[in-house]
Design a protein around this ligand. Sequence first.
Ligand code: MG
Length: 363
Amino acid sequence: MNEVGAPAGSANRKSGLRAARRLCDAAGVIHRLEFRRYRLAFRLPLRTAHGPWGEREGVLVRLTSAAGVAGYGEAAPIPWFGTETVDEVEAACRDLGEHVPDDRLDAVPAELGCLRNALAAARAPVAPPPADPSPLGVAALLPAGRAAPGVAATKGEAGFRVFKWKVGVATVADELGLLDDVCAALPPGAKLRLDANGAWDRRQAERWLERCAERPIEFLEQPIAPDAPGASDLLLGLAADYPTPLALDESLVGEKDLERWLGAGWPGVYVVKPALWGDVAAGLQRLAQARAAVVFSSALETAVGAQAALRAAWAWTGPRRALGFGVWPMFVDSRCDGPHAGPFLRREDIERINPEDVWNALS
Ligand code: MG
């Protein structure tokens, strides 16, 4: 764990303040920047296409204004999604130094999207007004494979009405053989999301999409890997050929890919992991203008990043879909978790998160 901006001696502080004042004259408001790099073990390692993922690394930032108001943000990159690395975030924080004027924060490059996201959240510690303060539904996560129907039944009894099942882990035949058991275990009127995490080729995706029609499938997420040959055309073709909506997740890395998919007239769902977007507000404005279908999703960040991400979800003015935030409890150190996942999240639960508690837990 690393930190800059630890309390300095009085002489240092005075010269730092003098330097800060000089910078302030030249470049507007000066913030004091501190950061803490963290490494947090997951309670259960995640199975991903890149192998097991056992611990989350990221960086918390704290910006304190001249008036003494502190704001917090989190850079939680996922490099195999195409973001920067945690080392790059840490190096950039060191380069920024302890006293940072506004224009230097503005000049953090777009390639450091997760750091830009963290700094933006830390500069604006007050929540934007909600488009609608009512609770938002949460999608229940189902385990891959044969355990899914049993967990679906239990979560249905707990009140969940949207479910997400990870597929693409076993063979298509094995998983299709389970699909009807999973659907039968859902409560009446429930919807099932399928997430293949890019595991299939065209033929495998078609076999699934043929089966999805006339079943309560809300959407099929990322059937084809973003780096598969001709992936974009393949996804657009599948979206046109079958009635079940498709969703982009790994194909939508921050706002880098957004204009391309909007330009192509993507007819399906956009899965937005706000933590991976450098300028969440601008990206969401573009999606709202396009009347796009948006699902907000966790990047497995701590409660600090989750608070910022979920504030964006409450500020969203388009149709509301269940949140992909059914992830907590997630960390061995539960002090870093967000509110435990029930069928709904209330805005008060999100505003009750105190980023300072997570910051202190990581000291
Ligand atoms: Mg996904």
